[in-house]
Write a protein that binds this ligand. Structure first.
Ligand code: F6P
Length: 323
């Protein structure tokens, strides 16, 4: 391998910059030319790439977001788009690509691999819904942001004896809500993976006050059947919990833009560096992640079809711990 490129795609995640830096510096140390692709797969199709050396990635390890930019690219879902991207890379002499991102991104990486282009994926998404890694780059930071917010909201909810709903991101996956809810000591957690009718939730909230608590913190996943807005509406329409005072906060993108925690920087550095080394050693078509605390390589074919379950112990213990 003579020319190695790296791109970030899909939703940005804290730690992506640390991964980019590790790819570039490892590639350089191994004596290959290193390139950055701008704006994800759109940049591949447009030939928007540039040689990057070790000094070009100085002082980015501590920054959130991605210095390469990111995009969602419908054209890359077509065979013509992928072929054009490969032609562009080959035209520049690029013969290997590290792709940093979540589910959609690794589906694109798999498509490139199937067309014969050497690619290695790096597991990165705040949602933690990617098969092939117990934890993905960005999750730790997003969780810390959510837990800090919950801590603050609890203070005010307690002062005013209110019910506080907090919505966290995660697309169709309840991981962030479950783990932030447990770490933040929430009274209830609403996630897509568990059926919880608004009537049952209302009952639980009533019970919280009957047991003498001065507040009820309800963490809601954005992908749950009823998100925060849906729950508000349902409670109002069905006149549930009349007399209780509610407030809501939707954390949204605040969870994505933070500076990466130490854990995310270290994870991203390890995965980025290993991805470069694996590609240089000729091992392509895999995702780099961590399973049971060890570095793991999972074929992209499995990554795009596999479904990652929520951590069973936390899922089972959540309700008991909330009491
Ligand atoms: O996948 C990361 C994520 O932040 C999800 O939690 C959220 O549903 C989605 O991206 C938002 O996507 P966009 O940045 O395209 O609005």
């Amino acid at each position: 391998m003579r020319n190695l490129a790296v791109l970030t795609s899909g939703g940005d995640a804290p730690g992506m910059n640390a991964a980019i830096r590790a790819v570039i510096r490892t590639g350089h140390a191994r004596g290959v030319n290193t390139w950055g692709v701008y704006q994800g797969y759109s940049g591949l199709i447009e030939g928007n790439f540039k040689r990057l050396g070790p000094r070009d990635v100085s002082s980015i390890i501590q920054r959130g977001g991605t210095v390469l930019g990111s995009a969602r690219c419908p054209e890359f879902q077509t065979e013509e788009g992928i072929e054009l991207a490969i032609r562009r890379m080959r035209g520049a002499g690029i013969d290997g690509l590290v792709v940093i991102g979540g589910n959609g991104t690794q589906t694109g990486a798999h498509a490139l691999h199937k067309m014969g282009f050497p690619v290695v994926g790096v597991a990165s998404t705040i949602d933690n819904d990617l098969y092939g890694s117990d934890v993905t780059i960005g999750v730790d930071t997003a969780l810390n942001v959510a837990v800090n917010a919950i801590d603050n909201l609890k203070v005010t909810a307690s002062s005013h004896q209110r019910v506080q709903l907090v919505e966290v991101m995660g697309r169709k996956c309840g991981y962030l809500a479950l783990m932030a809810g447990i770490a933040g000591g929430a009274e209830a957690i609403v996630i897509p993976e568990v059926d919880l009718a608004p009537e049952q939730l209302a009952e639980r909230i009533r019970d919280v006050y009957e047991r003498g608590k001065p507040h009820a913190i309800i963490v809601v996943a954005e992908g749950a059947k009823y998100n925060v807005e849906g729950l508000f509406q349902y409670f109002r329409e069905h006149e549930l919990l009349r007399g209780f005072t509610f407030r809501s906060s939707v954390l949204g993108y605040i969870q994505r833009g933070a500076a990466p925690t130490c854990a995310d920087r270290l994870l991203a550095t390890r995965l980025g560096s290993e991805a470069a080394d694996q590609l240089i050693a000729g091992h392509a078509g895999v995702l780099l992640g961590v399973i049971d605390g060890e570095l793991a390589m999972t074929p992209l074919e499995e990554v795009v079809t596999g479904k990652k379950p929520l951590p069973p112990w936390y899922l089972k213990a959540a309700e008991m711990l909330a009491r």
